[in-house]
Design a protein around this ligand. Sequence first.
Ligand code: PEP
Length: 250
Amino acid sequence: MRKPIIAGNWKMNKTAAECRELIAALAPKVKDATCDVVVCVPFTDIAAAAELCRGTNIAVGAQNVAWADCGAFTGEISAAMLVEAGAEYVVIGHSERRQYFGETDKTVNARLVQALKNGLSPIVCVGEMLADRESGKTDEVCRTQVTGAFENISAVDAEKTVIAYEPVWAIGTGKTATDEQANETIGHIRSVVCELYGKKVADGMRIQYGGSMNAKNVAGLMAQPEIDGGLIGGASLKADDFAIIVNAAK
Ligand code: PEP
């Protein structure tokens, strides 16, 4: 049995003061959750979020991590810095980073190495563009992204990693993959993990769906056997909506 994991991706939203308000409102609403609950907040909110989440069942995550320990990498934040600030998780390779900031499978892999080396729990994002889906290339794109992300990653480390399947055309658009589409592609991703690491790792790995997941569609998605939770953008910014999603993930 895989324990579901629901992670909010706040993207570039919420100042530290707003972060405190949101977590204070969220914590009592999700205190009885049976899934893992994570909020992936902007870098500048991590310390405040960690302070507020102490003693609750909510873990704090970052939205990126540098591929180096330290050095001349202006604008980057190292894994050690994230850990010290209170992050336990980190999102790597989100499609917005791939689209706007030149993230590639190679840099995703390097960031994954760094996260694992420092004890962060990575959430690695993969997913196809609309044109890929329309031309029947969804499985091929996901295979390339998963294989690239996990290059030279050991089975022990792979087991600690969560994959988020996020069709790019469903992110922030209000369009959700159907329950069956999401389940089928996640099943394919699991088969790629099985080819790389064997059945035990593939069966144990948690693979989330992400892309306009919300309070209305969560039940259908979570009822699918391959879907182990969600990475949630827009709906994670409202305590009531995010709590409904968390409490539906059983
Ligand atoms: C995301 O940012 O990973 C995401 C899935 O966003 P949204 O839920 O807003 O589509």
